[in-house]
Design a protein around this ligand. Structure first.
Ligand SMILES: Cc1cc2nc3c(=O)[nH]c(=O)nc-3n(C[C@H](O)[C@H](O)[C@H](O)COP(=O)(O)OP(=O)(O)OC[C@H]3O[C@@H](n4cnc5c(N)ncnc54)[C@H](O)[C@@H]3O)c2cc1C
Length: 552
């Protein structure tokens, strides 16, 4: 396979080397670069990063960086809510069982228990800090969602849960001494010393230029990968940077074939794919095909409340059957006043396209939504690299297995952000003054190869991923995707860029290749990974994780 060669590894761990095996994306000369120091550097300011920073801050000084403004995160966009056992008629065992069932046999049961059981206390803490979850009769209101056997999804401001939580965390961080936040700081790479211990980050500060931030510990909380796909619910910043930099640094990545597609995003040609939360189906919305027929019961006994992967594939199949670009959500039978109050964000969105939900149907189709795979961690958020932690969507903690139960990701970010922050706070190597900062020199030879236009490559890559590494997969398109990406690699990965656009393109190429490769390796269907050439789940061969590590 040309420059994409397997170079060894055990049955469960593949070592993959591709393109130029470059350790860093840019030249580094620490003596000539601005430097900052922190006990703990946090990359990312969503749920996971901010919660980690708050936990670490009690005993450590913390620098949080984010590539855009504090509002640019998947967390800010989260709508439906956060799952937790808060009702008397609900139990931890039930939430654990639902999570395990959805995860299709490869969840880490200890992690599932850890996340579920720690949820309620951390949610109470969010309330104390100021998040106003919606109430009925003085109690937190809970909703049902696909895959949950009890109503346990709590929400805030209707469908603006993510924003409400993010605002609380941002405010709390601002009022906490010992945390410095740097917005518009693009982290290019994680720095490692000669023994491959993480010692901070290098990145581009919009105002101050290239900077090194030395950190006794680094917490990676850089979120998801949705922008690798043409159709996605994720905001523009979700370009897989954290996964790519962790991979370059030698961290173990796991479950990279598992990418969750959200079944229902608004389909209006030319508009971005805004998510329409599945709690709308939880509240009674139907799915209709373009011929006006309800079809979900043909695919799953739970109908509209089937797990996401089932609904996404059913919609795709029904679109093919009816030769349409979309299906519809029908809420004409629901009370319009209730809809506007319960889902203000979606209500405004559909109105802005002149859709009157009392009379009109809402056109929807699936989009890339949530990265299940990520940087492998243990129960304290530790990665395979010393002094490097990961939490939130960038991490693979083992909670989701092969499929994520809706509203479990905010919960995971909350719990594992706390856990990683705590590990840094109480760990031995938490003080930057005790750390030896290596002088860092790295230079990249000039390449004479032709230059491709990074913006063009990015667009073509997103279309390729949607087509060949999408909701349904097959050997030949997966091989073709890797060959095409390897071709782009040759002309893009040998260059040195000096701005985020180029680095993002390099990161997107690197991570796309890993995802296509892992999808090819898993010759079965499980959870969100559906192979048309291996439609059955093969417990004998694949009830395991696939781990990818950079070849050396
Ligand atoms: C539209 C939408 C709706 C959703 N609804 C729900 C829901 O209802 N319930 C639920 O549980 N989950 C939901 N999710 C998923 C959930 O929002 C995310 O999984 C979760 O918020 C991820 O949190 P995080 O802290 O890991 O990452 P994010 O919130 O995405 O934060 C990532 C941070 O990393 C920073 N970053 C990234 N790269 C770099 C870089 N190179 N340098 C510096 N900083 C960088 C970003 O700037 C950002 O601050 C939804 C997601 C979307 C997109």
């Amino acid at each position: 396979m040309g420059e994409h060669d397997k170079v060894g590894g055990s049955t469960d761990t593949e070592r993959v080397q591709f393109g130029q095996p470059r350790r860093y994306l840019i030249d580094i000369d620490s003596m000539a670069t601005n430097q900052l120091f922190a006990d703990c550097v946090v990359v990312g300011a969503g749920m996971a990063g901010l919660r980690a920073a708050l936990e670490a801050a009690g005993r450590r000084n913390v620098i949080v960086v984010c590539k855009g403004s504090l509002e640019d995160s998947n967390t800010w966009k989260a709508q439906g809510g956060i799952a937790s056992v808060l009702n008397e008629d609900d139990t931890f065992e039930s939430h654990i069982a639902d999570t395990l069932k959805t995860g299709c046999g490869i969840c880490d049961e200890t992690t599932v228990g850890q996340v579920v059981r720690n949820g309620p206390a951390l949610i109470r803490e969010l309330r104390q800090w100021g998040t106003q979850f919606d109430l009925v009769d003085g109690h937190i209101d809970t909703t049902l969602e696909g895959g949950h056997s009890r109503a346990r999804i709590i929400h805030a401001h209707g469908d603006e849960t993510g924003r409400a939580i993010a605002e609380t965390l941002i405010e709390t961080v601002k009022n906490t001494p010992g945390i410095k936040v740097i917005e518009h700081f693009f982290t290019v790479d994680l720095l490692t010393d000669e023994e491959n211990r993480c010692c901070g980050i290098v990145g581009m500060d919009k105002d101050r230029g290239l900077q090194i931030i030395w950190g006794a510990n680094t917490i990676l909380a850089s979120g998801g990968v949705g922008q690798l796909y043409r159709e996605t619910t994720n905001p523009g910043g979700a370009t897989a940077d954290g996964l790519a930099m962790a991979y370059r640094a030698g961290a173990v990545l796991r479950d990279m074939e598992f990418l969750q597609f959200h079944p229902t995003t608004l389909y209006v040609a030319g508009a971005s794919r805004a998510l329409i939360t599945e709690t709308l189906r939880g509240e009674g919305a139907y799915l209709l095909d373009t011929q006006g027929q309800r079809f979900m019961k043909e695919y799953h006994e739970a109908g509209e409340l089937a797990p996401r992967d089932v609904v996404s594939r059913a919609i795709l199949a029904q679109m093919r059957k009816t030769e349409s670009t979309h299906v519809y959500l029908d809420i004409r039978h629901l009370d319009k006043g209730f809809f506007a109050k319960r889902f203000p964000l979606i209500s405004d969105l559909v109105e802005s396209f002149d859709i009157d939900v009392a009379h009109d149907l809402i056109p929807v189709r699936p989009s890339a939504h949530y990265m299940i795979g990520g940087v492998k961690t243990d129960a304290t958020g530790r990665t395979s690299i010393e002094n490097l932690y990961a939490c939130g969507e960038v991490a693979s903690t083992g909670l989701h297995g092969a499929n994520r139960l809706g509203s479990n990701s905010l919960l995971e970010g909350l719990v594992f952000g706390t856990v990683a922050g705590e590990a840094v706070s109480t760990g031995r190597k938490a003080d930057v003054t005790s750390m030896k900062h290596p002088a860092m020199h790295y230079s990249i030879p000039h390449s004479d190869r032709s230059r491709l236009d990074a913006a063009d490559v990015r667009n073509a890559l997103r279309a390729l991923m949607w087509r060949n590494v999408g909701i349904t997969r097959k050997a030949q398109p997966l091989t073709e995707a890797q060959e095409i990406i390897c071709f782009w690699h040759r002309y893009v990965m040998d260059k040195v860029f000096d701005a985020p656009d180029g680095w993002e393109c390099q990161n997107m190429l690197a991570v796309s290749l890993l995802m296509a490769h892992a999808a090819e390796l898993r010759k079965e269907s499980r959870g969100v990974h559906y192979r048309m050439d291996y439609t059955q789940t093969d417990d004998e061969g694949f009830k395991k994780h696939i781990e990818l590590v950079r070849g050396r």
